[in-house]
Design a protein around this ligand. Sequence first.
Ligand code: NDP
Length: 245
Amino acid sequence: MAGIEGKVIAITGASSGIGEATANHLAERGAHLVLGARRKDRLHAVVDRITAQGGSAVGTVVDVTRREDLKRLTDTAVDHFGRLDVLVSNAGTMAISPLDDLRQDDWDAMVATHVTGLLNGIGAALPLFRRQRCGQFVNVASTAAYVVKSPQAVYAATKTAVKVLTEGLRQEAGPDLRVTLVSPGFTHTEGVGKGASPQAAAALARQRDEIAMPPSAIASAIGYAIEQPDGIDVGEIVVRPTAQA
Ligand code: NDP
């Protein structure tokens, strides 16, 4: 199966930013979407916009830190559309701060969202993909998985974990499954600096406003990986603004 049209694609973190842009990009190309995030109103606004424009989408409230929520997301795909072709694990939090600030709840949230959240997605989708004998994981990491910049230690560590888990999954996936890592650089979303310490948030917002690329740049990279024919596995894509060091 090549292309995007007709594919059943679940996306976590679809209520804003890169997840929302990816949903729009894939809907315009004829995918059936199953969208998840915690903010019900924002999530349903995305679903409503897509369906109003003739696209195919359903939404379900998902907190990726909860195993049962990922199972509900994949079950929703099967119940509504009969299968799941792609799981895009995109949900994330950029609550960045210096280690000395001891914002340990934020550290825990980044570990829970990026590491446990990704594992919950693998736990829900892998058995289904095995039964179907096809399926694709698209995992969203960050350029922080390639280079750590202060004060992003915890964020970079969790995104490095996403990269390592993705490569491990790829090696175990076998010939029927595809596994893709997409690593964005600075992207213009509401999430940049959200929940970060005031100084980090101000620095990130300034940098975002100076150099960030639109989320559609990441959406089209994800679309590229998905539209390849079966048997062609795009392993890793890094997309950053030219101005990003
Ligand atoms: P946004 O804040 O706009 O999007 C993050 C999304 O994740 C939202 O839809 C949010 O929705 C959702 N989310 C957060 N926590 C959870 C959770 N526990 N369960 C379910 N959904 C959750 O930011 P971006 O679009 O920028 O971020 C998307 C991804 O891209 C993240 O993984 C981020 O780390 C990564 N990234 C972003 C970069 C950038 O510069 N913007 C650079 C590199 C990587 P809700 O609150 O409704 O749950």
